[in-house]
Each structure stands twice: as C-alpha cells, then as structure tokens.
Design a protein around this ligand. Structure first.
Ligand SMILES: *[C@@H]1O[C@H](CO)[C@@H](O)[C@H](O)[C@H]1NC(C)=O
Ligand SMILES: *[C@@H]1O[C@H](CO)[C@@H](O)[C@H](O)[C@H]1NC(C)=O
Ligand SMILES: *[C@@H]1O[C@H](CO)[C@@H](O)[C@H](O)[C@H]1NC(C)=O
Ligand SMILES: *[C@@H]1O[C@H](CO)[C@@H](O)[C@H](O)[C@H]1NC(C)=O
Length: 680
C-alpha cells in the first residue's frame, strides 16, 4: 500500500519534471525591463553573449554566425478561454557596428519563436530564425519577426539593404520600408542607416483586438518617438505563433560581418505599454569607443611620424649645413677663369685626412702632407692665412699663371683653394724636405760637396728660368735654403716663388713693406722697397755662402753689430785663406769648385745692385764658362749693417712670422724694439 502511494508520488514528481522548464506566462501581468543585461536575464545561444558591460551581443565580427538572446520564460499570445490574440508592447535599443564601412552582416530581428534554439536555423540571410526549408513559408515555422535587415536579398524580395520589415512565417516580408523616421518637429521623413553604429530605438506594438502589429523606429535613439509607425501589418498572432512562444533577438552575419548589440529592452503583455527605457543608463558599445579612438590613435601615430620625419629632415639639413660650412669656400666671378687650378676644399680635406699630417711650418703657414684621391699623387698642401682681400685677386691670377710655370727646378704648383681668411696652395710633394734641414740638422748625414754643388746649380737654373725663361719676369723674393726642396734624387727645387707678393700689397700704399728674410735682404730694398731680379741675386749670394759655409747668413742670436757671413768670408778672402770659410762638415772636395762658389756668393752679395751679376752670368760662372775676379771687388761687405742702420734710423720694426726662419716685413711703428726684430 505504502509502496503504491510512494510510487504514485514518484510518478507525479517525474511527470512534473518531465513537463520541465518554467511555466508559460499568461494573463495580463507579464512585464520586464532590462537597462543593460545580466547573465541569466536572457538565454543566449550561438555566437551571442552577455558582455561584462551589460550588452547583449548577438554576434561579434565573425562571418557566417548567428546568435540568439531569448527571454527564458515563454509567453502565451492566445487567450486561453476565447482563443483571441493578446496585446503586447515592447521597446528596445539596438546598434549594428559593421566591421567594414562597405560590407556588413545581415541584421537584427526581434522574434517570436517556438523555441530558444530555433531548429535548423541558418545564419546569413536566414537571420538565424529560419532554415532553408521554411524560409519562404513552405512549412509553418511559427515564427513572427520584426527585421532590421541590412542586406538585400532579392530571393526574399528585399527592397534594399537598409530596411525594416515584418515577417510572418517567411523571410519574404509582409510589409517593409526603408529605415526612416518622421521628424516630430518638421514632419519630414528622415532616412537613416541601420549600420551607422548609432543606437536605434524600436517600438513594436500589437493590439489583440485589431490584430495590428505596428513598428516604429527612431535613430539615433533619444529623438522623440514619431507618432506614426514606419510599418504595420495585421496578423492573427493566435494562429501565427505557438502556444508557448519565446521572445527575444537574433542577429546574423554572412560573408561579411557586423557586431549586433541589444542594449536595453522592456516588454509588457496584455495591453499595457512597455516601460520606458532610461537611455542614459544603457551600457555603451565598445566598438563605438574604439571607432573613436582608432582615428585618435591614427592621429597620434601620424603626429609622431610627422615629428620623426621633421626631426630627420632637420637633422639632415643640419648635417648639410655643417658640411657646407665645413667645406665652404670663397669664389668670386673673377676666379672662374682659373677654374682648372681650383681644387675643392672637400677634396683637400679628404686628401690630407682632415689636415692632420703636418710636414712643415713655412714662412706663411703650415704645410700638410696629402694624397689626391683621384690621381693618388702625393702633394704638399700649404695653408696661407690672408686677412686682407686686397691684392688677393692679383695674387690668385698670378698663382693661376704660375701654375703654368714648369721647370724641373721649380716645385710645381698644382692648384689652389680659397676660403675665408685662408688660401690653400697645393704643390708637388718633395720627399727629402727642405735643404736647410740637411744643412743644419746635426742628426742628418752631412751633404757631400758634390751634392751641394748640384743643388746650387739646380737652384740657379730654376731662378734663371723665373727671371728670363718665361714670358714675364718673375721675382722669387724669398730665396733661402729653407725654400729649396729636395726630391727623392736630391735634386734641388725652388718653392714658394711669388708667395711673398701676397704680403706686398699693403693697405696703405705710402708704407713700404719689405718682404724677405733677414740676411737675404738686399740693402737697396730699404730705400726702394722694391723686389727685383737683382735683389733675388743678392739673396742667392747669401744662399751660396750658406751652402758652402754651413752657416746661416745671420745667426738668430747674432748681435746686430757682429759681422755677417759675408764679412767673415770676405775677410778670409782678403787674408788669402778663403778655404777657411768652408763648412767643416764637407770632407774632401774640389777646392777650386768650392772657392768659385764662395767668391760667386760674395759677388752676388755686393751692396751695389749694379755690381751684381745677372742670373744668366751666375749660371755661366757655375758652369765654368765665365770666370770670377781673382781679387775681392771694391765696396763689398757690411751690407747687413747697412740694412739694420736703416731700420734703426727710421725706427722701423719687423713683423716676425711664426717660422724657423726670420721672414720680416717692415712697417713704421714706435712700439716695437729691435730686440723683437730678431727674437723670432
Ligand atoms: C537580471 O539579472 C540580475 C542578476 O541576476 C537580476 O538582479 C535582475 O533582477 C534581473 N533583471 C530582470 C528584469 O529579471
Ligand atoms: C567571436 O565569437 C566567436 C564565437 O562566440 C569566438 O569564437 C570568437 O573568438 C569571437 N571573436 C572575437 C574577435 O571576439
Ligand atoms: C530616403 O530613402 C528613400 C529610399 O531609399 C528615397 O527614395 C528617398 O529619396 C530618401 N529621402 C531622403 C530625404 O534622402
Ligand atoms: C485567430 O486565430 C485563431 C486560431 O486559429 C482563431 O481561433 C480566431 O478565430 C482567429 N481570430 C480571428 C479574428 O480571425
């Protein structure tokens, strides 16, 4: 007995369980309001999710998916006693955010369906609500939907790809209209795009008595609700849908995709109006935010790129400007004719590896070793500072013509370059350096007499060429041992010819500038200030004595009153012991030859220019074709003192160049003493 009762209770319970699920809502009191969703408020299937921010996201941007969100409790739209359809009212806010502006999914539908998982439902054009067998009403699917259709399917006679329609049992809409609303203020119809990403508010209302289903939309949500519906259709819901009908949403993507969102939803069954949605409390759409931030990010990136480009450009410009400044040259119109002789500073900078290899400090500036990049020629690069622009033009023209001077005993001038305050001259490089190093440097092996005579003849030949061998007379102006360079075979070559000229163009034409080196300056220069071939001969005489005696014409620390080299040699000659004057470092030698050189040196050093031989005569004498006088000529000697006497009496001073030699230019001044004259 008890077992039978127990069994009966058990069966009852099982039957109850088997019936399953929540009981369908009927009667007039069903109502709900979702301002955003929580998990459990709706049952999601397919791609749909309730996001943490409270959105019912039906689909994300995945192609060929659909998603459902249905109210978990079914609704009865048929009056149980009369069988008449029951009124309902609902409103919801949706948004469709397409993945691409020009391609998007199929849209959203508010649906009344017989089950939460619509059997056999297909994505894409079927909106996740129908299958391929019932989508045109072939089978009674018990589906009624309001579609916000964003794709045009001609198969279903869609009017466009942006319409609102009422579907009953079929995707061929009973009624549809392009998405639009009536502006309440102006009464004009305003079209809008369903895929704008804006929030759209939709009202769906059904009156059971008239069986009228009315759909009203507005976009963006928040605008006043239009008085007239966009689409309406008369349908007997009692016959159209199942007894237990689920209400909710479906969203579907096809070959292209959108994110379909439902943000809020309210519903009322039985004639009451659906509760109002408080739009301000709705969750926000993430894609709208990213849509907004994407351009911002783009702007920031573009800004950074622009800044970077600007930095790069200004950096490049700065490098160019620095390079330009670094390699800046001066060139004036008149120089264009000398083009071939002009060498660019950039090339010289490269040739000398940035002017690092100093090989000498000459009378006018430093000399650097270099190798011309194109030809590989070894060169000596001389930097001459020039402050005054005066005379420069003449000087440069002279350089240009001098580079046409070619003689094996002249150091070839290859070209020049001009910069602010700087003139750069490029010469053939002479491996063995200057003669005075060989004469006076105790570390070097002494030059033999044969070598000396050879060099002396070389210099004489070079100087004769300058004086007579060319179309115009070129006065060297600074003959001395340090201006004689030696090539690899110890051939003597004159360098720096004409360079003194650069300093000969004083700013004040009344001032006499005397250029040259103490001990080599002819006495008449103190009177005329003019360099002539004869003053060159005088300096050559001093040079001859220098080479033969191994002494400078004026020792740097000589007392001004002490006898010069000329006087010393002259005294030896007068005493009949001229060989006493020879450089002790010269070993055995041809004494006649040496005597000849000494005598010729004295002859050239004659204070009276008219008594000096010409360079042609000098060359003849050196060749032995002409003789030197046996006895010392009259009035020889004391020439140096003559010159200094001049300086004393006129209170002139000498500007001393920063050089091993004492190159002087005299200028009137009272602030300098004679001590400075020779202290260099
Ligand atoms: C939605 O779900 C949340 C959390 O479960 C609940 O608090 C809320 O009452 C539900 N809203 C409705 C209208 O059912
Ligand atoms: C989109 O949804 C599908 C299914 O829910 C999921 O597998 C996929 O990771 C989602 N994609 C994105 C980009 O969120
Ligand atoms: C709105 O759209 C319809 C159909 O797409 C078109 O005929 C009508 O001219 C449009 N109206 C306006 C104001 O754009
Ligand atoms: C609506 O359909 C139901 C069920 O088919 C039917 O009983 C009812 O009479 C219909 N109502 C009208 C007004 O046609």
């Amino acid at each position: 007995m008890a077992a039978a009762v127990l069994a009966a209770v058990l069966v009852a319970v099982l039957l109850l369980l088997a019936r399953g699920g929540p009981a369908a809502a009927d009667g007039a009191d069903m109502e709900f309001l979702f301002t955003g969703f929580a998990p459990g408020n709706v049952t999601t299937t397919g791609a749909a999710v309730v996001t943490s921010s409270g959105l019912l996201q039906l689909t994300n941007e995945t192609n060929e998916v659909f998603g459902h969100g249905f109210y978990p409790v079914p609704v009865r739209f048929r009056d149980a006693s009369t069988g008449a359809p029951i009124s309902f009212s609902t409103t919801f806010v949706v948004a469709i955010v397409p993945r691409h502006d020009d391609a998007h999914g199929h849209g959203i539908a508010f649906a009344l369906a017989p089950s939460i998982t619509v059997p056999g439902a297909v994505a894409g054009k079927n909106l996740g609500l129908f299958n391929t067998l019932d989508n045109m009403g072939q089978i009674r699917s018990e589906v009624v939907a309001v579609e916000l259709d964003t794709a045009m399917d001609t198969e279903f006679s869609d009017i466009n790809d942006n319409h609102v329609g009422i579907d009953v049992n079929s995707l061929v809409s009973m009624k549809s209209a392009p998405a639009a609303y009536v502006n309440v203020g102006t009464a004009s119809l305003i079209n809008f795009s369903l895929v704008s990403g804006n929030l759209h508010q939709v009202w769906v209302e059904y009156d059971g008595a008239s069986m009228r289903l009315e759909v009203t939309v507005v976009s963006p949500a928040g605008k006043p609700r239009p008085a007239v519906p966009l689409v309406s259709y008369t349908v007997n819901l009692s016959a159209a849908v199942a007894d237990d009908t689920y209400i909710g949403f479906s969203g579907a993507n096809g070959a292209a995709s959108s994110s379909h969102y439902v943000l809020g939803w309210s519903f009322s069954l039985g004639g009451g109006r659906a509760p109002d949605l408080d739009l301000s409390k709705l969750p926000s759409i993430p894609s709208l935010r990213t849509k907004k931030t994407m351009p911002q990010l783009l702007i920031i990136i573009m800004f950074l790129v622009a800044v970077l480009v600007l930095l790069l450009v200004s950096g490049a410009v700065a490098v160019l400007v620095i390079r330009r400044r670094r390699f800046a040259e001066e060139q004036e119109d008149w120089e264009i004719g000398y083009g071939p002789h002009r060498i660019s500073y950039k090339d010289l900078h490269a040739a000398t590896r940035g002017f690092r290899d100093v090989i000498g400090a000459g009378g006018f500036g430093r000399v650097y070793h270099g190798v011309l990049p194109r030809s590989g020629t070894e060169v000596a690069v001389k930097k001459v500072s020039h402050e005054s622009r005066q005379g420069l033009r003449e000087f440069v023209s002279e350089i240009a013509s001098m580079s046409r001077l070619r003689h094996r005993n002249l150091v070839q001038l290859l070209g020049y370059c001009r910069r602010r305050g700087e003139l750069i001259l490029v010469y053939d490089y002479m491996v063995n350096g200057s003669l005075d190093n060989h004469l006076f440097d105790a570390d070097r092996p002494a030059l033999s007499w044969e070598q000396r005579v050879k060099i002396v003849r070389d210099v004489a030949a070079g100087l004769l060429y300058l004086h007579e061998g060319w179309e115009q007379v070129v006065v060297h102006r600074d003959i001395k041992a340090s201006n004689v360079l030696l090539d690899a075979d110890m051939n003597g070559k004159l360098s720096d010819f004409g360079l003194a000229r650069l300093y000969d163009h004083g700013s004040n034409p009344q001032t006499t500038h005397v250029i040259g080196t103490l001990g080599y300056l002819a006495p008449e220069m103190s009177k005329t200030g003019k360099a002539t071939t004869s003053t060159d001969v005088f300096a050559f005489g001093a040079f001859l004595l220098e080479v033969a005696c191994g002494r400078r014409p004026m020792e740097r620390n000589d007392d001004l009153d002490s006898p010069g080299l000329v006087d010393l040699v002259l005294e030896c000659w007068k005493a009949g012991r001229i060989m006493d004057a020879k450089d002790p470092k010269i070993g055995k030698c041809d004494e006649d030859d040496l005597e000849l050189v000494l005598k010729l040196g004295l002859l050239c050093s004659h204070p009276d220019p008219r008594s000096r031989p010409s360079m042609r005569q000098v060359v003849k004498i050196l060749e032995g074709a002409e003789a030197v006088p046996e006895t010392p000529p009259k009035d020889l000697g004391s020439n140096n003192r003559l010159f200094y006497g001049y300086i004393d009496s006129f209170d002139e001073f000498a500007t001393i160049f920063p050089t091993s030699e004492t190159t002087v230019t005299t200028q009137p001044s009272s602030s300098h003493s004679n001590d400075e004259l020779i202290s260099g």
